[in-house]
Design a protein around this ligand. Structure first.
Ligand code: CMC
Length: 423
């Protein structure tokens, strides 16, 4: 893995040899771990040039628009797999056999119900609380309910916690929604598949059980697959950092949910719809594009651009196709969706966006699909969190199994040097 070496020459000091590590695909990395013995550190706020860990789960080539889970391209998974199979793949490294898949689906279904007492916990929140605030609290609270699987050094406990999280997230997400609406909570139905069950818990009531549209269930499943993992993004890195302290998996996932909430990350799908509201009408698009280009204006076009994908987001391609299917199936005539399509067209043809390689990202289209399905805007990031839980927990498991040290970055201190109190 480390055949080549880099030399770091620091003026007035001896040159330092740093090993260059090579992965299976992707750029080599310079191993700077020995630098600490020289009393110096690297400086990389925003981690633009830093690989924080070794991982075998997901590979992204941002320039070529490639996203692989355990080697399999996201486009193939979105077309030929389903969410639970993708979960198995992320968690275990290989696709399941037919028997393994059936057993996994069965296990997940076994864990869909949450502890009854969680309901009373829910009642502590205001009904108008943001669903992500409630989600953060409830998922963190799971560690107070499932004491039997909290030994992070026990691989079986780690596995049960992973299964519990994947199984319970749809139930919790739907509970959060129903609570905000003042509707009775719906229990999961194990005769339905993962995404059908989620839509059932979201939109049915005990008074009226309507069949779930297969097109919408498929679209939901695709949204789950496309958000399942994305290597070392801000929330996954947060989960890893929290997990490196030995914190329990439910607490770590709650930390990931908090990090996902921000509009530069998972909050972007909600921010897209809020922005469309603000733009209001196609006649205002040019004015908002001018704001997005103005360096003195903090406004950014939500749902455009990506830290890693500088050409196109492969998830956005699949999502756009699903978006067309869903809008077609529902025959929706919504001026806000028309506005989104117009904005996409104008921005794609604008030199500012073209020169900076700013394309619609996955959140641009997922926001539109979720709105069309009838999911309220404030729930968008919750759905992202639901889908990403498997990615977070796969990374957490990988990290714990590798025995990684506690994550503890250093800093470039620019505050006062030591001084005495003036008294
Ligand atoms: N609207 C207008 N200008 C933009 C935008 C945007 N959405 N995104 C980037 N730029 C400009 C930026 O101002 C900079 O211009 P210049 O070179 O003249 O200074 C240039 O494009 C390069 O951008 P950057 O800020 O260096 O890019 P970054 O990698 O630091 O930020 C980002 C990536 C996703 C935070 C940013 O593009 C953004 O805020 N986008 C809107 C929010 C969004 O949609 N986020 C969801 C990301 S996908 C979901 C996920 O994986 O979490």
């Amino acid at each position: 893995m480390a055949d080549n070496k880099a030399q770091l020459v620091i003026e007035g000091a001896e040159a330092i040899e740093l090993p260059i590590l090579t992965g299976t695909v992707g750029p080599d990395v310079i191993d700077v771990r020995s630098l600490t013995s020289t009393g110096r550190f690297t400086f990389d706020p925003g981690f633009m040039s830093t690989a924080s860990c070794e991982s075998k789960i997901t590979y992204i080539d941002g320039d070529k628009g490639i996203l692989l889970h355990r080697g399999y391209p996201i486009e193939q998974l979105a077309e030929k797999s389903d969410y639970l199979e993708t979960c198995y793949l992320l968690l275990n490294g290989e696709l399941p056999t037919t028997e393994q898949k059936a057993k996994f689906v069965d296990t997940i279904k076994n864990h869909t119900i949450v502890h009854e007492q969680l309901k009373s916990f829910l009642h502590g929140f205001r009904r108008d609380a943001h669903p992500m605030a409630v989600m953060c609290g409830i998922v963190g609270a799971l560690s107070a309910f499932y004491h039997d699987s909290l030994d992070i050094n026990n691989p079986q406990h780690r596995e049960i916690s992973a299964h519990r999280l994947v199984a319970k997230m749809p139930t919790i997400a739907a509970m959060v929604y129903k609570y905000s609406m003042g509707q009775p909570l719906m229990y999961p139905r194990n005769d339905l598949n993962y995404s059908e069950n989620f839509l059932h818990m979201m939109f049915n009531t005990p008074a009226e059980i309507k069949p779930i549209s297969p097109v919408l269930a498929k679209a939901m499943d695709r949204i789950f697959i496309l958000h399942a993992d994305h290597e070392q993004n801000a929330s996954t890195s947060t989960v890893r950092l929290a997990g490196s302290t030995g914190a329990n998996p439910f607490a770590c996932i709650a930390a990931g949910i908090a990090a996902l909430w921000g509009p530069a990350h998972g909050g972007a799908n909600e921010a897209v719809l809020t922005m469309l509201d603000e733009i209001g009408d196609v006649s205002n698009v040019e004015k908002f594009l001018a704001k997005a280009k103005d360096k003195n204006d903090p406004f950014k076009l939500m749902g455009f651009g990506h830290r890693v994908y500088k050409n196109f987001d492969p998830r956005a391609k699949v999502m756009k196709q699903t978006c067309d299917e869903v809008l077609g199936e529902l025959g929706i005539n919504d001026p806000q969706l028309d506005l989104a399509m117009k904005l996409e067209e104008i921005a794609l043809n604008d030199p500012y966006f073209a020169e900076r390689n700013l394309y619609p990202n996955v959140d641009f289209y997922s926001g539109i699909i979720l709105k069309a399905i009838g999911i309220p805007t404030s729930m968008f990031t919750v759905i992202f969190a639901l889908a990403r839980t498997v990615g977070w927990i796969s990374h957490w498991k990988e990290m714990i199994a590798s025995g990684q040290k506690i994550g503890r970055p250093r800093q470039l201190y620019t505050g006062h040097p030591k001084r005495d109190l003036p008294r």
